[in-house]
Write a protein that binds this ligand. Structure first.
Ligand code: SF4
Length: 594
């Protein structure tokens, strides 16, 4: 493995993943030997191995089962299925079975919300879990059947494309958009992207032309001076899965968009960062790249011109924060995915400190349409401030979950009608960090000037408890905080604990005020978008669905969430004491008497 990666520490993520796939886990001696071979301090290698939830530095069993735990999986009954699996395997969630065979746990959203409940087994996705599938899986695990021999139908991931627009119905053949871009040349291609007012589809909506221009104009640094194109395929926002479909059925369009970006910014190398949950796509994508090399659409002398460009795929390892572009670059360099302090921005100092443009999968695919049809044609779709189309990942309480492409400007109501969401009480747009809309807002539009979104669209009908929706999101953020800055690291945990306390009917109005205080604090003091937006679900649901909280507030007085006396039980056990003085309650009573 190390030879294949040229003993290059910046490829540490790939090295660790491949070793783990062979050996089952990353033993201390493995990390020591990897560190020695790549010439990095061992602590640095261990720091990366410990950061990502898909790397494990202790054995987790020959079968590692991770249940997707997005709110949509919950709505489809993942908790009962996982409990049944654990019971039948005589296992506690998070623990390895005594014979070291299997472990069962939860993971954040796996991007299969349209076909859940889903899980990963040894990091391969299985969709549409049912009680009988749980039983069959347990049997195979007990028989120690290799995962490669499990029924292929279990691993089927459907596209579920329900509505096509200009992108999903592009009709382009491989090379067509790239040939048009090469004919135009880099300057004119850049002008066309700017004229088309293409904006990033990852959520922030930054002008793609401006980004490419800044990267193109930035000088490379030092001996390794170069420009890079990075495709952000780390769609970790719960409820988002449209990049999965683009990469499954339109990979050529994405690779071609990367090549066009390379032509414009002057890059020879592109890196596609694929989320670890989409491990099953790695081989098909590698094959698609090989076919493009064969067709002279990648490599040198592309389509008979001097243009040179190639693409590598890097696999993530289960860290939502790597969707943030600077954290993604850190991860590409083999480090823990912690957001960088900016400026400098990636367009001037990105991958390996070189000018780098990071673009979303959908943005790069859309660039192909502009290269082929021109900016005037592109501007005819969408609204004045939001040109083109948007692909939505629709899930939750609806008859037809899946992928829907609309021109920008479509109303939320229209999407709900199209997907068969009857009696919706709320829609969460853009995942937990986005916005929760109540019925009065269903006339609002999906567009940068109204509701910008990376694509997640989760519908909740009248039977759903919006407090539980927000609580699931609070757990998600507490799990995914990278821990770099205190307001987010501590704040997300405090919010999760407060939500759990309210769920146990121990909350009071004091706790609600505390949630608002934490929202203000984290919004103002967190280092990156995760911390800034982590309280959005509580803020929205408190404002729009307050009764869901109030019916749980059983007391007007403050109740501590922490039982000090219970917490001291372990210390009592260790010291062999159980007398009055070893109990906090007795101590309080004495004080009161005094
Ligand atoms: Fe990490 Fe949260 Fe700070 Fe972002 S806000 S850097 S996720 S701790």
């Amino acid at each position: 493995v190390l030879d294949r990666h040229h003993h290059d520490g910046t490829r540490l993520m790939q090295i660790l993943r491949e070793i783990q796939e062979q050996l089952g886990w990353l033993a201390p001696e493995t990390l020591t030997s990897v560190a020695a071979t790549v010439g990095w301090p061992r602590a640095r290698v261990e720091g990366t191995a410990d950061f990502y939830s898909f790397f494990h530095t202790r054995p987790m069993g020959r079968y590692r089962v991770l249940w997707s735990d997005n709110i949509t999986d919950r709505m489809l009954g993942n908790t009962d299925l996982m409990d049944a699996m654990c019971k039948k395997l005589w296992l506690e969630p998070g623990r390895v079975s005594e014979d070291g065979l299997v472990s069962v746990d939860t993971t954040s959203c796996t991007g299969m919300c349209d076909q859940g409940p889903a899980l990963l087994v040894n990091y391969r996705a299985i969709t549409r879990m049912t009680p009988s599938r749980v039983d069959d899986m347990i049997e195979l695990i007990r028989k120690e059947a290799p995962v490669a021999e499990w029924p292929a139908a279990w691993f089927a991931v459907e596209d579920n494309i329900r509505r096509k627009g200009i992108l999903l119905d592009h009709g382009l053949v491989p090379g067509q958009a790239l040939a048009a871009a090469l004919e135009r040349g880099p300057e004119k291609m850049l002008a066309e992207i700017k004229d088309a007012k293409l904006r990033g589809r990852g959520g922030a909506g930054f002008g793609t032309g401006l980004k490419w221009e800044a990267c193109r104009n930035a000088a490379g640094h030092g001996a390794g001076a170069a420009h890079y194109v990075v495709c952000n395929a780390d769609e970790g926002e719960p409820g988002t899965f449209k990049d999965r479909v683009l990469l499954t059925s339109h990979a050529d369009l994405v690779f071609e968009g990367m090549s066009i970006a390379g032509l414009v910014v002057g890059a020879k190398k592109g890196l596609l960062y694929l989320r670890g949950e989409y491990r099953y796509l790695l081989e098909p994508l590698e094959s698609a790249l090989a076919a493009r090399r064969e067709a002279k659409l990648l490599g040198s002398n592309i389509l008979g011109t001097p243009f040179e460009f190639d693409i590598e795929i890097h696999l993530g390892a289960g860290a939502y924060i790597c969707g943030e572009e600077s954290a993604l670059i850190e991860s590409l360099e083999g480090k823990p995915g912690r957001p960088r302090i900016r400026p400098p921005f990636p367009v001037t100092h990105g991958y390996l400190d070189q000018p780098t443009t990071v673009n979303n999968v959908e943005t790069l695919a859309a660039a192909c349409l502009i290269a082929t049809h021109g900016s005037a044609w592109y501007l005819r779709h969408g609204t004045e401030k939001s040109s083109g189309s948007k692909i939505l990942s629709v899930s939750g309480d609806c008859e037809r979950p899946g992928i829907y492409e609309y021109p920008y400007g479509v109303t939320v109501r229209q999407v709900l009608d199209d997907c068969g969401a009857w009696n919706p009480q709320a829609v969460q747009v853009s995942g937990p960090s986005g916005i929760c809309l109540a019925e009065a807002e269903f006339g609002r539009r999906i567009a940068f000037e109204d509701i910008p979104t990376a694509g997640a669209f989760m519908a909740f009908d009248e039977t759903r408890d919006m407090f539980e929706v927000a609580r699931n999101f609070a757990h998600f953020f507490a799990h995914e905080s990278c821990g770099f800055c205190t307001p987010c690291r501590v704040g997300t945990t405090l919010v999760r604990n407060l939500m759990d306390k309210i769920a146990r009917n121990h909350g009071s109005p004091y706790d609600i005020n505390e949630l608002f205080k934490l929202h203000r604090l984290m919004q103002g003091a967190s280092h990156c978008g995760l911390g800034n937006s982590a309280c959005n679900p509580m803020f929205d649901t408190l404002n729009k669905f307050r009764p869901a909280y109030e019916r749980r507030l059983m007391s007007l007085n403050y109740e501590p969430a922490f039982d000090l006396d219970a917490a001291l039980s372990q210390a009592r056990q260790m010291t062999g004491r159980d007398d009055d003085a070893a109990h906090f309650s007795a101590h309080l009573q004495k004080e009161a008497e005094a």
